[in-house]
Design a protein around this ligand. Structure first.
Ligand code: URA
Length: 433
């Protein structure tokens, strides 16, 4: 029987579940340009209002995965692992976790994205290392993982092209914010990237896509279910994104903090999230069988220099200039501005969304996909929620060029609240395995 897009739109508009054949039809024909954007927009809005069940979301993820190349990593020995964060501020976990796991014998084959809006992207961060090449042909990508256990590259243009096209349409039709669409979008790319075991770090809070724990759990459970149905080992953890992760935000600044962490000098929250994800993946890869022992081994590798050596191997293999890492502060803009506390008390809030926006205004992020990012700007927050400050203490140092300084200052001052109560935030909220 012939299918027609108008019937499928009406079926979803009326709240009915679609079949796998119908979803395949929509994705195949939209990718080939045979379904116009106005029909796809109507379809997306119907999904926004009527949602999709778990089966439909899985079919959508699989159809988008199959719209392009599916990377075959089977020639690499052992369990290949991947991680994904739903996006946050100051989240440089991949830069630390990849070398850390590879130093313990895990194969880390990672395709990462660029930043958009208030969230940063691993690929922009890596580009702040002079010479680092983020584009590798798939054959070289695989060979590098075989040789040194790790490669971190940009997502190839041929991975999940349907998602790329659909995401751009969702962005301009107010249909980004739909859990089944987010889950299938993320999972289509993860499934196409070829890893066997995946840990998802689902962020919850001010600075995250998911503002409530209830929504974050729904998204996490759906992604885990899609991954399992596609034959992957899946874990999701829910972590807080009320305040930025670590202290430094901005591309070279985050590489700097990753280097400090790989040398055993990392901030507590950043180390905790990295080690938590790492321990799950050490178990999945069959390298450890006990979660607490896995964590101890990860902490040791951060302290004894092996994780940092693996980071240097990665940078060298991808063409980066190792001399530039001897003193990473040289990668930062020389022009700085300090922000001082206007009163005494405990830090009760550091709104991650506003901090992310401040970094973007300075030029560290992009508002549209075409914007150029400045790699050497951003901010270093000297304090975390719960710290005590006196009037005049330095709250943050901004690394700036000429752009957005006043706006960033205002955003940061309103993001950091000072009060009488000493708050403690829970960082790792839940594990879904
Ligand atoms: N990240 C994605 O890759 N897709 C979404 O839909 C949302 C966040």
């Amino acid at each position: 029987m012939n299918m027609h897009m108008i019937d499928i739109i009406a079926k979803k508009r009326d709240g009915n579940a679609l079949t796998q054949q119908e979803i395949d039809f929509v994705i195949k024909n939209y990718t080939q340009g045979l379904i116009p954007d106005y029909q796809m927009s109507a379809f997306l809005m119907a999904v926004y209002f009527n949602q999709m069940n778990d089966e439909e979301s899985t079919y959508l993820a699989l159809a988008m995965r199959d719209s392009g190349d599916v990377i075959d990593l089977s020639s690499i020995e052992g369990v290949k692992v991947d991680k994904h964060s739903t996006g946050g501020v100051g989240d440089k976990v991949t830069l630390i976790l990849g070398p850390l796991l590879a130093s313990l014998g895990v194969k880390f084959a990672k395709m990462s994205g660029r930043g958009l809006g208030h969230t940063g992207g691993t690929i922009d961060k890596l580009e702040s290392i002079p010479g680092y090449k983020v584009e590798l042909p798939v054959k070289k990508f695989i060979k590098q993982v075989q040789d040194i256990g790790i490669a971190i590259v940009g997502q190839s243009g041929d991975v999940a092209p349907a998602d790329k096209k659909l995401y751009a349409l969702r962005d301009v039709t107010a249909t980004v914010d739909v859990i089944p669409l987010i889950a299938s979008s993320i999972m289509s790319k993860k499934l196409a990237s070829g890893a066997d075991a995946i840990v998802l770090d689902v962020k919850v809070g001010h600075g995250a896509f998911m503002k409530t724990e209830e929504d974050a759990i729904k998204l996490a459970e759906l992604m885990v279910s899609i991954g399992r149905l596609a034959g992957k080992q899946m874990t999701a953890i829910l972590t807080g994104m009320d305040e930025p992760l670590g202290h430094k935000i901005g591309n070279a600044l985050e590489v700097y903090e990753a280097i400090e962490t790989l040398n055993g000098q990392g901030p507590k929250d950043l180390v905790a999230v990295t080690v938590e994800i790492g321990a799950h993946l050490l178990l999945d890869a069959g390298i450890e069988s006990d979660f607490e022992t896995a964590k101890i081994r990860l902490h040791e590798a951060l302290q004894n220099g092996t994780a940092y050596q693996k980071f240097l191997d990665l940078v060298e293999a991808q063409g980066g200039n190792l001399n530039a890492l001897d003193d990473p502060s040289k990668l930062l803009s020389k022009k700085t501005v300090s922000i001082l506390a206007e009163k005494e008390g405990y830090i009760t809030d550091i709104n991650a969304l506003d901090i992310g926006k401040a970094a973007m205004r300075l030029g560290a992020g992009r508002e549209t996909k075409e914007d150029l990012v400045l790699l050497d700007v951003g901010l270093d927050l000297h304090l975390k929620i719960g710290s005590y400050v006196k009037k005049g203490d330095k709250l943050a140092t901004l690394y700036v060029r000429d752009k957005g300084i006043e706006e960033a200052k205002k955003l940061i001052l309103s993001a950091i609240q000072i009060g009488n109560e000493q708050k403690h935030l829970e960082l790792i909220r839940k594990t879904i395995k």
